[in-house]
Design a protein around this ligand. Structure first.
Ligand SMILES: Cc1cc2nc3c(=O)[nH]c(=O)nc-3n(C[C@H](O)[C@H](O)[C@H](O)COP(=O)(O)O)c2cc1C
Length: 356
């Protein structure tokens, strides 16, 4: 692999990524009221495109007004006003030759009642994470076990949000299947103990993801990308391996690869970390069983780590580094010595302080 791989374009369907570096999806909690982010939060995304990122992800956009919200002030893409607010942002990102991708998510069991207008917390099974919710300092409430009606209703939220994203002009849409949120709750036996066709075997646990992807695919035009994000860790009970083994994780990747998606985004805590007791990292384990393009994320912070991460993936996404350093892409190009930021340093993302 050449030293210049990071700055080599990558073609995916009609889209050319101008380099291999993207802004990972980052929730900003700046959208109380109308579920439209603050202007400086939208400007942050445009600045990152201007400063060289080939791909700019939105924060996780919540898919309904019932049970999808997991954090205060999250954004939605379900009303004309929400769509109108994003349209110029998408255009500005595209004007820089960058690609705009909207991530959509339902928080599943990672919620609490008061935060959603309908006061509901729903999940595949009535099981809570073991740890307390760091935002409320309380135990997470026991979720309602989703009925077939709930499942269809939630899928409809993903579809409606995807329609909003298409209308707003996004180049791609990502289904958030990672981090212990709803889709991930279904995939993992840690949170899914259903005995119907949505639980038990890996195939059954995959069924909800399959139905979401199939339904969303129908409303996403052929010229846009459909991405799926996956992880073996969740933001609660972070130390737990959400898949039981490499074989189980790879079975899910194989099923995903048969779906009408264009790229898999693998989220890790640290891209280098060995997984499932093997001597392989998550990108290597994923690459072994899929031909789909891969994005990788987790503690990629300087040129050497970005190049190393791309040994088994096509695109490197950054969260904290690109959040805190507006010139990160150019600093990478210059091979500058750069810091590995700590999680606490990123908390500024949730404040009113505009980021440079
Ligand atoms: C402030 C902040 C908000 C985040 N919000 C999201 C999100 O909305 N969706 C998501 O999939 N990941 C989210 N993440 C995780 C990042 O996308 C990324 O996977 C993680 O920060 C690890 O990458 P890093 O080591 O480069 O920071 C968030 C991370 C940060 C720091």
């Amino acid at each position: 692999m050449s030293d210049n791989i990071l700055f080599t374009p990558f073609q995916l369907k009609r889209l050319t990524f101008k380099n291999r570096i993207g802004v990972a999806p980052m929730t900003r909690m700046s959208s109380p009221g109308e579920s439209i982010p603050r202007q400086d939060v939208l400007d942050f995304l445009i600045t990152r495109a201007k400063n060289g990122a080939a791909i700019v992800y939105t924060e996780a956009i919540i898919t309904d007004y019932e049970s999808a919200q997991g954090y205060p002030g999250q954004a939605r893409m379900l009303t004309q006003r929400q769509i109108d607010a994003w349209q110029p942002v998408v255009k500005a990102i595209q004007h820089e030759g960058s690609v705009a991708i909207l991530q959509m998510f339902h928080c599943g069991r990672m919620s609490w009642p008061e935060i959603n207008p309908a006061n509901r917390v729903i999940a595949p099974s009535p099981i809570t994470p073991k740890q307390n919710n760091p935002l409320t300092q309380e135990p997470y409430p026991v979720p309602d076990e989703m009925t077939e009606f709930d499942i269809k209703h939630v899928i409809n939220g993903f579809v409606e949000t995807a329609k909003g994203a298409v209308e707003a002009g996004f180049d791609g849409i990502e289904i958030h299947g990672a981090h212990g949120y709803l889709i991930n709750n279904f995939l993992s036996s840690y949170s899914n103990q259903r005995t119907d066709s949505y639980g038990g075997s890996v195939e059954n646990r995959f069924r909800f993801a399959h139905e979401v992807i199939q339904a969303v695919h129908k409303v996403v035009p052929e010229d846009r990308l459909l991405a799926f994000r996956i992880s073996n860790w969740g933001v609660a009970d972070m130390e737990v391996s959400l898949f039981e083994s490499k074989a189980e994780y790879q079975a899910i990747i194989k099923m995903l690869s048969k779906e009408p998606i264009d790229v898999i985004s693998v989220s890790t805590y640290g891209y280098k970390d060995k997984a499932f007791g093997t001597d392989q990292n998550m990108a290597e384990i994923t690459r072994e069983v899929t031909d789909l393009p891969l994005m990788i994320c987790g503690q990629i912070y300087d040129r050497a780590s970005a190049e190393d991460a791309l040994k088994s993936a096509d695109i490197a996404l950054s969260g904290k580094s690109i959040l805190l350093n507006p010139n990160w892409v150019e600093d990478i190009r210059a091979g500058k010595q750069l810091p590995l930021y700590k999680s606490e340093e990123a908390n500024i993302a949730y404040t009113d302080e505009p980021l440079p």
